[in-house]
Design a protein around this ligand. Sequence first.
Ligand SMILES: Cc1cc2nc3c(=O)[nH]c(=O)nc-3n(C[C@H](O)[C@H](O)[C@H](O)COP(=O)(O)O)c2cc1C
Length: 157
Amino acid sequence: MGKVLLLYASMTGNTEQMADIITEAVQRRGHEVVTKTFELDPIDVEELADYDGVLVGTYSWDDGQLPYEAEDFYDELDDVDITGMIAGVFGSGDSFYDTFGGAANSMGDRFQEKQAIVVPKRLIVDLEPDDEDTERCNTFANEFCNLMEETIKGKGA
Ligand SMILES: Cc1cc2nc3c(=O)[nH]c(=O)nc-3n(C[C@H](O)[C@H](O)[C@H](O)COP(=O)(O)O)c2cc1C
């Protein structure tokens, strides 16, 4: 069983809905999920070392920017070595904007720069997740679990 940190920012609840669907899917695979929001439970990046995997969800803001509440985490990733950590990024955006899902993409780029093992497809949903998006969330969660389980097995845990 793996221990997963799911961290998200959601202003109007769309990314939160995605986080709920993903949490349930990861739990169905038998893993523990600790959920935190950037807004209410600011995390110390050092805490990442306590987890086998991290899932980060964020909505997009002005020109595809990260919301302010996720900025510290993004910057503080400079201070930790997360090489080989399993990560997945997701978020809601609005396809009306040219920078659709820009914040989730920035977060994904950041984790890749830091040599984490990132679920290749960033999961970006247009506004509120519909039935098809719910399936995409489940597939994303399963891909994340596959990567994490392979890594745990590889470590002989
Ligand atoms: C002022 C403002 C700027 C926004 N800029 C973007 C943007 O650049 N790219 C994007 O994909 N969505 C943008 N959005 C849309 C939000 O990301 C979208 O509504 C999302 O569903 C909100 O997610 P949440 O319900 O988790 O807060 C913007 C929304 C507002 C209000």
